[in-house]
Design a protein around this ligand. Sequence first.
Ligand code: FAD
Ligand code: NAD
Length: 468
Amino acid sequence: MLPAVEKEEEKERIVILGSGWGALSALRKCASPNKSIVVVSPRPHFLYTPLLASSSVGTITLRSACEPLRALVESAAGSSHSATFVRADARFIDTKNQTVIATTDSEGTELHLSYDKLVVAVGAMPNTFGIPGVQEHALFLKEAEDSVKLHAKLLNNLEKAVALIRHTKGDTYKKEIERLLKVFVIGGGPTGVELAAEIADFARNDVARRYGDDIADKIQIVLVEAMPRVLGPFEESLANIARDHLIEKGVDVRTATAVTKVDEQSVTLAPSTPRNATAEEKARALSQASVEETGALVWAAGIGARPLVKKLAKSLGQKDMRGLIVDENLKVKGAENVYAIGDAALSGYAPTAQVAAQQGKHIGRAIRDGKNSPFVYNHAGSLCCLGSDNAIAQLLVPSSSSSFPVWEMIGKPVNGSNGDERALTGKPAFVLWRSLYFTKLLSTGSRFSLCADWLKAQINGRNVVEPV
Ligand code: FAD
Ligand code: NAD
């Protein structure tokens, strides 16, 4: 006898907002014939964020970092056709009527999507902290199009500077050439550090090779961090190794320095002050502010909640607008049948792909089985790529491996970690970074593409064709 085919209206209707790490993991776990799943996102691809820094200087192509969403949704749904993708921007969540209002385009064609269960996995957006000029003048590194813009800006500035250096006489354009070739990366978190390292490699290898050492030597990369040290999430000695490596590559690393204003062609920097600084201390710091010219400024100073998330948090009476407050089962507090995961949720974990993917899997299972349970995060460690042949890794030794001495052979114990964390640096960490992120790619097509990109970059150098 053939199995009974459930009618569409009898299926539980699941709406997943987002097409990133959290959304995709949730979809893959909850897709089943008795669910009708709708994935809603303005972005028709999944973005593999760890490759974004290298795509912005042409080490890899975006083809390797972006996966078409329709194919992923279809493969998760399988033959049951239980999932569909809608390209739309969710604008409002009506938790009383269990409906999401989304728009398909900027003109605002509205869709009303009802749900039995809703997963909010819309991630976060760059946080400008209201600093004047950032929104208008800075470049970012969050979405695929950000990396295209950044790549174009770097190459365009380079060509303009080369034209002035090679085809003008005297010192008339000295300051302009300096400006065009000075790049500021703001924020010494993992995004800023990985990007500064990639730009430094691009300058040292590809600019030197294609434009000459005299041009490469003129490129200045400044990494600005408000805190006293870079890479806050890493143990200090590892972070210092990363900092020293950047300095060796020629990056000007400025810690305890905050950006206070950004203009079209300049940035204002001042010594940073602690949050509890007195008005007098703040005024003293501001009086020491200096303005520097720049050809490109990338804002990698952290993330904040999206408007949809803030609107929902407010409508539920939540007080913290940095994300959606969830309970231990990842259910949004104050709402029925709504879950929040990843960067959109305030769950007590760092906003990383590792957390978002695990939360997505957890929620996907809970929806599939109709059973909520507390989320337990399993941290594997942190990795930060420092460009060609270098990285740092802070790895957690699995508790099950205490009688398994292989971990004794990997790296060194992390300072102050009671032996449960190991540190790896240099080439071994780089090989680990590449292997791990290569195996975690979502399709064979992307793996082929990434292999080809890495090989091409190794043999021919990075891509220096300005994106159009
Ligand atoms: P995202 O992956 O950001 O996905 C959010 C999705 O929601 C997107 O598809 C977006 O288009 C969609 N969306 C937005 N608004 C709406 C709306 N209104 N309606 C519907 N959909 C919407 N983490 C690591 O663990 N390891 C790394 O190596 C690492 N490298 C990184 C490198 C960079 C350059 C960056 C920026 C981040 C990196 N991260 C890394 C962090 C990691 O990418 C994020 O923590 C992760 O993407 C969060 O997953 P998410 O699903 O919550 O959100
Ligand atoms: P972040 O919040 O980790 O770092 C931003 C940095 O900018 C902070 O150190 C902050 O002190 C600094 N900053 C803020 N305002 C400033 C100002 N006005 N002037 C100067 N500096 C300022 O942000 P991120 O690096 O984008 O990372 C976001 C999340 O993504 C984190 O959870 C991170 O772990 C994750 N991520 C991970 C990796 C990786 O695992 N390799 C790579 C990228 C991002």
